[in-house]
Design a protein around this ligand. Structure first.
Ligand code: AMP
Length: 213
């Protein structure tokens, strides 16, 4: 199979992480999540993690230069296809990514936009719990509120940046800074919109269709 190079766009809570896991498994590409890289740096208390923490806790974006350097380093280690989840999030980041990939002679194949209504998102995010041990995300509809991770037994917690006030801020930031990327990629003929309402399997069916076009 040909290596596939994709960017996954969508508001917080649109299901990027879940779809990214499906896509990475099905298409055999590397999953690059800038949010996960920051969270693992935060857990290890690295300099990068400490720098990112104050932005993340407010639901604000980490400065472009920091994120772009981090992604450039990560892309250097990747020989095959990749899927970007949570990057780019601003026009300067998108433009920097285009330059990096041009130099690497690895242009993007597609940009998927997971489309979803804001109120559905707020509900999804406030009922989301993350496992401290394995990082897997669960929804309160699927587990008891005081349960441990059904997979590894780790403690489940509400991410600081999933509190309602922070979520509203993250959604505002998304609308102001990230949504304009949809037009930008549309003009380049790369954008494919996917309806993100439905079960993870239903949405993945639509993702597959969008990628086969
Ligand atoms: P995520 O898990 O993708 O929602 O990311 C969690 C947080 O990490 C975001 O709210 C930002 O504070 C930070 N972050 C992740 N990716 C980026 C990015 N591309 N640019 C700036 N900040 C980011």
């Amino acid at each position: 199979m040909k290596d596939i190079r994709i960017v996954l766009l969508g508001a917080p809570g649109a299901g990027k992480g879940t779809q990214a896991d499906f896509i990475a498994t099905e298409y055999g590409c590397e999953h690059i999540s800038t949010g996960d890289i920051f969270r693992s740096n935060l857990r290890d208390k690295t300099e990068l993690g400490l720098l990112a923490e104050s932005y993340m806790n407010k639901g604000a974006l980490v400065p472009d230069g920091v994120v772009v350097d981090m992604v450039r380093d990560r892309l250097r280690d990747i020989a095959g296809g990749f899927l970007m989840d949570g990057f780019p999030r601003t026009l300067p980041q998108a433009s920097a990514l285009e330059d990096i990939l041009r130099v690497m002679e690895k242009p993007l194949d597609a940009v998927l936009l997971l489309d979803i209504d804001e109120e559905v998102l707020v509900k999804r995010l406030t009922s989301r719990r993350t496992c401290r041990k394995c990082g897997k995300i669960w929804n309160l509809a699927a587990v008891e509120s005081d349960a441990d991770c059904p997979e590894c037994g780790g403690a489940l917690y509400l991410r600081d940046d999933d509190a309602e006030e922070v979520i509203r801020n993250r959604l505002d930031v998304y609308c102001e800074q990230t949504l304009p990327l949809a037009d930008w990629y549309e003009k380049k003929g790369l954008l494919r919109r996917v309806d993100a309402v439905g079960s993870p399997a239903e949405v993945f069916g639509r993702v597959r269709m969008a990628l086969s076009r």
